[in-house]
Design a protein around this ligand. Sequence first.
Ligand SMILES: [Mg+2]
Length: 271
Amino acid sequence: MRISQCAATPQYVYLITKATLTSVNPLRLPPVSHLIATMIQQTSSKSKSHLQGAKLLRAQTWVFDLDNTLYSGVHGLFEQIDARMRGYLAQFLDVDEDEAHRVQKGYFRQYGTTLRGMMINHQMDPKPYLDHVHDIDISAIPPAPQLDAALARLDGRKVIFTNADLAHAERTLERLGIADHFDAVFDITQAAYVPKPEPQVYDTLIKRFAIEPTNAVMVEDIARNLEPAANLGMTTVWVRPITDCEVSKEAPTGDHVDFETDDLLAWLQAL
Ligand SMILES: [Mg+2]
């Protein structure tokens, strides 16, 4: 049985700016509650949790992954993308689907995205690939009015940081009904096809949007993608996935996860 590739991080990243992000929101304290330390599940020590909880309250920038973070993996979008990746590779490399699957997963693990491995090793043109793998039916994911409300309550600017492409991100955000909350989508094309978790792409992100990492929070379903963010000083939130994605399911191996939750909506509502 094949293991899902975790469409969660389709092998590319698109980034686009809907508005200039030069004007950083002033320091604002979001509506807080004493529940913060108790309703969020943390992996850290008590002293660290208090410190990170305080950082949450003064966050100026929230950096969200998209796939399997802002919507659940149960809706099968990633499985659609995963299958289209495999089919594309089989045709491109002129191999059967089992071999394409092996290559797909191997590059995903080695390079962060299958696309990156294909570009480096096979000089594959990214654009047709990205168009093909994102040509999926997103009607399976339902609109998310509760998430819309939770994001509306969350102070600070919000940016999407995804290994998918812009068109996919915009379409998915519109489907969820939460697009208006985000100042920008940083996608794989703007990242020069360098995916998370390559540290250099995090540097690009914070420079492009003038993010002060110590006043930023990153929310993501693949734990390894949080490590570079934590190393920069961001507060990190791991949304534990419920898919078969082999990388998503990996428990953090370091000390780079400040908060973790099975339910992002409930977590946000508790802030
Ligand atoms: Mg994801």
